[in-house]
Design a protein around this ligand. Structure first.
Ligand code: GAL
Length: 406
C-alpha cells in the first residue's frame, strides 16, 4: 500500500485505524454507518489521510511515504536494484536527532514501485570499536549492484570513520548472497592509491604545496584543475564521498565519486567481481564542484545528473553527457525546469532508475533533506522527460504515475 501524508501527526491515526465493515447488508450496520460516516469524514480530513488514498498507485513527490506496514520509509540517499521482477530500494536508515549512522543500511522491496515492503536492515553498523562501520560513523548513499558472474550482490557506500567528521572520505564495500542481505562488510578504502588517473594533465609548472595558495583564488582553481589534490592524495588513495555505481551493458561496473575535496568527480573501473578497482580511472570536470552523481544511459549516450556542494541545502542540479563512461563528459544546463528549478525542487539527486519492461523510461530520485529531523526528509521522484532535442529534463509534478511513460 502506498501511504503518503504531508503531516507526520496523521501517521498514528492512519496506521491504527481499524478498517470499517460497511458491506454486511444488515440494517444495524447501515444505521451504524449513517452515524459513523460523518465523524469518519471529519476525522480523515483532520488527519490528512484524505490527501492520499492509502491504496493509490501514484507517486506524490515530497509527501511522506509509508511502507506497507504504515511506517515511514526510511531509505535516504538511496538507490534501487532491479532483480528478478522485484525492485530493492537501499538507503540510509536515518535517526531523528543525528545524521550519523546509528542503525545501518535499510532495504525495501516492491513489484510495482508504489508499494514498498520493509526488508529490514541489510547492513547493520557494528558495536566493535575496531570496525570501520562502528555505530556513529557516517554511512551515506549506499548503492547495490548484482554481479552476474559471481552471483553476489555488492554494496558500495560513502563512509566517514566515527569521530572524524567528513575527513576520512572513504568508500565502504559489502557483499551478500541475497538482495535482502545480510551484507557482510569487507573493507573501506580510498580508491586507486599510487595510481594516477588516465587523463591526468601534465604536472609541468604545478606548485604542489597546498599552503602556497589562497583557497578559491584563480591560481588555486587552476592548480586544482591541474591535479593539486590528486597529487596530494596519490599515496593514500583518492578521496571518495558522494557516489554512484553503474553497470554498463557489457557487465563492467564503475564507481563514480566526489573526490579531490568534492571539487572533481572521478570514475573508476571495478574488477570483474566488483569488489575492487582495476586502476583505470578518470577525472570528470576538474574543479567543477559536483556531487550526488546519478547516471543513466539512453540510446548509447550516458547522462549524469549531479548537484553542487551546499551540504543539506539544495542547489541547482547539473547535467553531464558522454559518449562513453570513460570518455569526455560535457556539462549542460540545469535539467530542471519551472518553479524552484534552481533548487532542484528543494532536493538533491541520488539515483536514476530505469523502469523494467519499458523503453527509455527513467525515474529521477532525489532527497529533500530535513536536517532538523532527518527521518522526516522526503523523497522526490519525477519522471525523466526528453525534449525535442533529445535532452532530458525534469519538471515538478504533485502526483504522477507510470502511465506517463508510453
Ligand atoms: C551533502 C551530501 C550528503 C551529505 C551532506 C552532509 O552535500 O550530498 O550526502 O553528505 O552533504 O552535509
Amino acid at each position: 500500500m502506498l501511504r503518503m501524508h504531508d503531516d507526520g501527526a496523521s501517521v498514528a491515526f492512519c496506521k491504527n485505524k481499524p478498517k470499517p465493515d460497511y458491506d454486511n447488508g444488515r440494517r444495524g450496520a447501515v444505521m451504524k454507518k449513517d452515524i459513523i460516516l460523518p465523524f469518519m469524514a471529519v476525522a480523515i480530513l483532520l488527519s490528512g489521510c484524505s490527501k492520499h488514498n492509502a491504496e493509490a498507485n501514484y507517486f506524490s513527490p515530497g509527501q511522506f511515504w509509508y511502507d506497507d506496514s504504515g511506517a515511514l520509509i526510511n531509505a535516504h540517499g538511496g538507490g534501487i536494484l532491479s532483480y528478478k521482477n522485484t525492485y530493492y530500494w537501499y538507503g540510509e536508515y536515518k535517526s531523528d536527532t543525528t545524521s550519523n549512522a546509528m542503525t545501518g543500511v535499510s532495504c525495501y522491496s516492491s513489484q510495482d514501485l508504489y508499494t514498498w515492503h520493509n526488508e529490514g536492515i541489510v547492513l547493520p553498523v557494528s558495536d566493535s570499536p575496531e570496525s570501520d562501520i562502528q555505530r556513529g560513523c557516517i554511512l551515506e548513499r549506499p548503492k547495490v549492484i548484482f554481479n552476474e558472474s559471481t552471483g553476489k550482490f555488492v554494496m558500495y557506500f560513502h563512509l566517514e570513520l566515527k569521530g572524524q567528521g567528513y575527513s576520512a572520505a572513504r568508500v565502504g564495500i559489502a557483499v551478500s548472497e541475497t538482495p535482502t542481505g545480510p551484507f557482510t562488510f569487507i573493507r573501506s578504502l580510498r580508491p586507486n592509491a599510487d595510481i594516477l588517473p588516465l587523463n591526468m594533465p601534465s604536472e609541468a609548472g604545478l606548485d604542489k604545496d597546498e599552503s602556497h595558495y589562497e583557497g578559491w583564488s584563480a591560481e588555486w582553481v587552476a592548480a586544482v584543475r591541474q591535479g593539486l589534490f590528486t597529487w596530494r592524495d596519490l599515496h593514500t588513495g583518492q578521496m571518495s564521498r558522494d557516489m554512484a555505481l553503474y553497470v554498463d551493458d557489457d557487465g563492467k561496473a564503475y564507481h563514480i565519486y566526489a573526490s579531490e575535496e568534492n571539487l572533481t568527480l572521478q570514475i573508476a573501473e571495478l574488477t570483474p567481481d566488483y569488489l575492487g578497482y582495476t586502476g583505470r580511472y578518470k577525472r570528470i570536470q576538474p574543479a567543477g564542484h559536483n556531487e550526488a552523481p546519478a547516471l543513466f544511459k539512453k540510446a548509447g549516450k550516458y547522462y549524469m545528473i549531479t548537484s553542487g556542494c551546499t551540504g543539506w541545502a539544495p542547489n541547482a542540479a547539473r547535467l553531464l553527457t558522454a559518449d562513453s563512461l570513460m570518455g569526455e563528459w560535457t556539462l549542460h544546463e540545469n535539467p530542471c525546469v519551472g518553479a524552484d528549478a534552481d533548487l532542484t525542487f528543494h532536493s538533491q539527486s541520488t539515483f536514476v532508475l530505469p523502469i523494467e519492461g519499458k523503453h527509455n523510461a527513467f525515474i529521477f530520485m532525489a532527497d529533500r533533506w530535513k536536517p532538523e529531523k532527518h527521518t522526516e526528509g522526503t523523497y522526490i521522484w519525477l519522471p525523466v522527460q526528453f525534449g525535442a532535442d533529445g535532452m532530458p529534463y525534469l519538471e515538478w509534478k504533485d502526483n504522477w504515475d507510470l502511465s506517463v511513460f508510453k
